[in-house]
Write a protein that binds this ligand. Structure first.
Ligand SMILES: Nc1nc2c(ncn2[C@@H]2O[C@H](COP(=O)(O)O[C@H]3[C@@H](O)[C@H](n4cnc5c(=O)[nH]c(N)nc54)O[C@@H]3COP(=O)(O)O)[C@@H](O)[C@H]2O)c(=O)[nH]1
Length: 921
């Protein structure tokens, strides 16, 4: 009930008695529904026959259709008069959707007349004798937040009868009710009171007779409502007392003190009062306002808007607020006013006028608009937005944020953004970020964060600090864009800029960058580099004969093969159609470069099998420049490698050349040696010579050193000092070393079987042999296979090899020593032995290198060194042997200085076994 006046129990009992009577006579059920103070419909009374579920169904039906439960603010616009001028419309025009249902309005005089869409209604009439009426759809109005004036008018003034709810779209779902009649009830002022409903569970259960009886009761209730109100007002006036004289006199002064516009109109719409603010705003004196209507003051169009608001207040029976937008062509010039309209009643409850109070809400509106705008920007932004409080806890996130990160809102609120951490940024990064944010209020940059599914992604993010009025940090707002796609594009562009799209090798630009960097490093560390230019010979013929796609296939395969031939630290680049260039690091000498070139050349040995099934062969010309000899900068090295490559081409292709011509020659020699060495074992070109080792005191043989010899049919006799390093470079040393060991052991066994005593046979072990994990097992196997007892074998390992990896040497030599093999340090004094390691090595003998034996006892340095080595060796309880002893003076000196053994031309040159009988006992 919107007018809050209590109804006594006696009155309610009277109404119930009447309602029950009519219900009984018409064989129907009844319910009286009223608006309560909260603006909701509730059941006030019901006939005895009415069931609770039916009452709820009707209540629900009517409430559902009434969005006016809480009275809305009417938005009336001076510029859009359609809303404001809408009044007194028939139900069919007010709610156009009703035109499709058959509608007849029932007027108070019990005659029936057709609505606008008479033809349609006619078609749907089931019987001309029975009245059919439908309730206009309440609350379905054109201003969505407003129960329109016209609908309220309809509600109050009309009685509604629905004889078959199944035919009616609004009632169809209300299955408990088959037919219903609803009569609106209103206070004398026109304010809504409620509804009186008679209903039947069956369709056609209520008829025109019920309607007439119901109308009688509703008229009676309305009359009583007037009386109740007037008694209530009289009682209130009495309790409050008459207004004081002072109040009456000061009313004008009182209302003039308000900035708001205050006015009053009587029931006829004539202004009876206004304050100074009104005079100012309307730009006319009070004398011209009071006594005039809105039409006279503002013209019909604006008056209609104002009157619409008045009617709304009158019909609702309570204060309402209407907002008005006046003037201004542009939004920013609009003047927004908000008027509170209050219907006033006399003690009898009759409407006597409207009081209005208007205030300027333009500022509020502007703020509201800004807020709406900001909210929309926040919601609709394609960039992710996250807001945290000053402690960093998330207070809000927008839709784009969910889409980008995959989280849902509930998972994020209250969380700290560190849950997105990708782990890619260290503490220093975040320290810098926070420092900038707190110092400047803003930070922009790129951060890698983690999505819910665990993937990490880059984002361009701007974080801003929001301060409160006193300058304290209130919020942080981060706005970011997912830049994964941009990063991918950048990466692709970078790849395109630096890599060859066909072979995916670095292109010329990238190669030059790498070459420059390698040159800088080589300069710093005093290293050598080789730049090898590789140009495929006559590649044009391949393209011309087989087409470019076959040519491409071959280039891709060639790139793969070349790449497999260079080390991980080396660079291979495709710098032109059929031009490649390799940058080889880790070069110690010219031979290393030759080895690298030879490996690159091997890729051309196998044919290229292309998609057509053809087996095609390629050759290439290569040019080599060496850093630092052939150039100390990248450009020079590449230019000189190119020049060398052209020389190789001019020399007949399928060739290579060094930039320094003499090196080419050396390299060719070297290559020849390499190829010859591969076949040396099979061709029996290798053999051993043995040099006796003697005890310096007794001059008796204590053993022989096996020394390798190679006699190549073409190249002649080649010194092991030349070919052993080559064998090491090309990986042949293991095979050769094993051959030497087996051959020496067999020789030892031969001597033993002939009853010849030789002490021990010493075999030289190369560095690479000792580093092989299988070396100890190899030695054991050879001893087992040949049958030579370990006590007849000695292994000589150079000092520098032992010191390359002393821990490994200690381990393996100990295993060999444990077998009974004697171990000696060859070339002692030429390396840099750590005495600490020397002490730990399981060795038996030190061999003074022949360079220190030379010219003793005349060379004071060598003499001193020889003496020192002897003293050191003896201190470590080791035997000492001197090699390269050529003269008696050397032998005497060594003997006098307690050197234990000696070998050298003085006693014997290395000889074939059959020539050594003199040294065998
Ligand atoms: N890993 C292997 N290395 C081996 C093997 N065979 C030999 N070598 C090493 O080759 C280097 C050269 O050896 P070689 O030409 O045989 O020279 C040795 C002797 O012939 C030479 N020698 C001996 N006595 C004298 C002398 O009085 N004067 C003189 N000028 N030269 C002499 O010295 C070499 C002995 O070398 P060393 O091993 O240091 O005792 C050489 O380094 C060999 O080690 C092999 O099978 N595997």
């Amino acid at each position: 009930m919107m007018i809050d006046v209590p109804i006594s129990q006696q009155e309610l009992d009277n109404w119930l008695r009447d309602v029950n009577l009519v219900a009984e006579i018409s064989n129907s059920k009844a319910i009286l529904i009223a608006w309560n103070a909260a603006g909701e419909l509730s059941s006030m009374l019901s006939s005895d026959s009415a069931a609770e579920s039916e009452i709820q169904a009707i209540l629900c039906q009517l409430s559902g259709n009434h969005s006016a439960k809480t009275l809305p603010i009417a938005t009336l616009s001076a510029n859009t008069s359609s809303t404001a001028t809408q009044s007194k419309a028939t139900p069919s025009t007010a709610t156009p959707s009703k035109a499709t249902t058959s509608e007849l309005t029932f007027n108070p005089s019990d005659t029936f007349e057709t609505s606008v869409d008479a033809q349609l209604a006619q078609e749907q009439l089931v019987s001309s004798t029975e009245p059919i009426s439908v309730l206009p759809r309440l609350g379905h109005h054109q201003i969505t937040s407003l129960l329109s004036v016209s609908e309220l008018t309809e509600l109050v003034s009309q009685s509604q009868l629905i004889i078959d709810t199944r035919q009616h779209s609004d009632w169809r779902t209300c299955s408990a009710i088959g037919s219903v009649i609803c009569l609106s009830l209103a206070w004398p002022s026109g304010a809504n009171f409620g509804f009186l409903c008679f209903y039947h569970n069956e369709a056609h259960g209520v008829d025109s007779k019920t309607l007439q009886l119901a109308k009688l009761i509703s008229d009676s209730i309305q009359r009583q409502l007037g009386e109740i109100l007037s008694q209530h007002s009289a009682a209130q006036t009495l309790s409050r007392g008459a207004p004081s004289c002072v109040d009456a006199v000061d009313l004008q002064t009182f209302i003039d003190s308000f900035e708001e516009h205050i006015w009053m109109k009587n029931a006829a719409g004539i202004y009876t009062l206004c304050n100074r603010s009104v005079e100012k705003a309307w730009e006319m004196p009070r004398s011209e306002i009071v006594g005039k209507s809105d039409v006279e003051l503002f013209g019909a169009e604006i008056a209609n808007i104002f009157l619409e608001g008045d009617r709304l207040a009158i019909e609702s029976g309570m204060p309402i607020i209407v907002a008005e937008c006046l003037d201004g062509n542009e939004a920013k010039n609009h003047l927004w006013l908000e008027t509170l309209k209050l219907p006033t009643l006399n003690p009898q409850g009759e409407f006597v006028g409207v009081i209005g109070m208007t205030r300027n809400i333009s500022k509020h509106k502007a703020v509201e608009e800004q807020l709406t705008l900001a909210t929309n920007v926040f919601k609709n932004s394609v960039e992710g937005v996250v807001v945290t409080d000053r402690h960093g806890n998330i207070t809000d996130v927008n839709g784009a944020f969910f889409e980008i990160t995959g989280y849902v809102r509930e998972e994020l609120l209250g969380q700290n953004p560190r849950i997105f951490s990708s782990g890619r940024h260290d503490k220093a990064f975040f320290d810098k970020l926070w420092n900038a944010l707190l110092a400047n209020g803003k930070w922009n940059g790129e951060i890698w964060n983690r999505r819910k599914n665990g993937t990490i992604f880059p984002q361009n993010i701007t974080i801003s600090t929001i301060y409160d009025e006193v300058g304290d940090v209130r919020y942080f707002v981060a706005v970011f864009a997912d830049i994964s796609a941009q990063k991918e594009n950048e990466a692709q562009l970078t790849h395109l800029a630096y890599f060859d799209p066909l072979t995916h090798l670095p292109n010329r630009m990238k190669f030059m960058m790498q070459l420059k960097q390698e040159v800088r490093q080589a300069k710093r560390l005093n290293l050598q580099l080789a730049t090898v230019m590789i140009d495929v010979d006559l590649f044009k013929h391949i393209n011309d004969s087989f087409g470019h796609s076959i040519g491409d296939e071959m280039l891709v395969e060639l790139a793969k093969r070349l790449r497999s031939q260079v080390g991980d630290q080396d660079v291979l680049s495709r710098i032109g159609g059929d031009e490649f260039v390799a940058l080889i690091s880790g070069i110690d000498n010219n031979e290393d470069a030759t080895v690298a070139i030879n490996q690159l050349r091997q890729v051309f040995e196998q044919p290229f099998i292309v998609s057509t099934g053809d087996h095609l062969r390629l050759t290439a010309s290569m040019g080599v420049s060496l850093y630092p000899n052939d150039g100390t900068d990248a450009d020079t090295l590449l230019r000189n490698a190119d020049a060398a490559m052209y020389r190789a081409k001019n020399d007949g292709r399928n060739n290579y050349a060094f930039y320094t011509e003499s090196l080419t020659q050396q390299s060719f020699e070297h290559l020849k040696l390499q190829s010859a060495l591969y076949g040396a074992i099979e061709q029996n070109a290798l053999y051993l010579m043995y040099q006796p080792k003697l005890d310096l005191v007794s001059r008796k043989t204590v053993g022989f050193e096996a020394l390798l010899r190679w006699h190549d049919p073409q190249l002649g006799l080649i010194s092991p000092a030349v070919f052993i390093p080559v064998a090491e470079k090309i990986g042949l040393i293991h095979e050769i070393g094993l051959w030497v060991l087996e051959t020496a052991c067999r020789q030892g066994m031969r001597w033993l079987s002939e009853g010849k005593h030789f002490g021990r046979i010493a075999v030289n072990v190369a560095g690479q042999q000792l580093q092989r994990s299988s070396f100890v097992d190899d030695v054991k196997r050879v001893l087992a296979e040949t049958g030579l007892p370990a006590k007849h074998l000695e292994l000589e390992v150079t000092e520098s090899v032992m010191m390359q990896n002393p821990d490994l040497a200690i381990r393996d030599l100990k295993l060999l020593g444990d077998l009974g093999i004697e171990l000696s340090v060859d070339d002692f004094g030429t390396g840099y032995s750590s005495l600490n390691y020397l002490k730990k090595l399981p060795i038996h003998k030190l061999k003074i290198d022949q360079s220190f034996v030379r010219d003793i006892p005349f060379d004071t340095n060598n003499t001193a060194i020889a003496k020192a080595v002897i003293a050191l060796g003896h201190a470590l309880k080791l035997d000492i042997i001197a090699e390269g002893v050529e003269t008696k003076e050397q032998a005497d000196f060594l003997q006098q200085n307690q050197c234990d053994q000696a070998q050298g031309y003085l006693f014997s040159r290395p000889q074939l076994p059959e020539d050594l009988d003199a040294f065998l006992s």
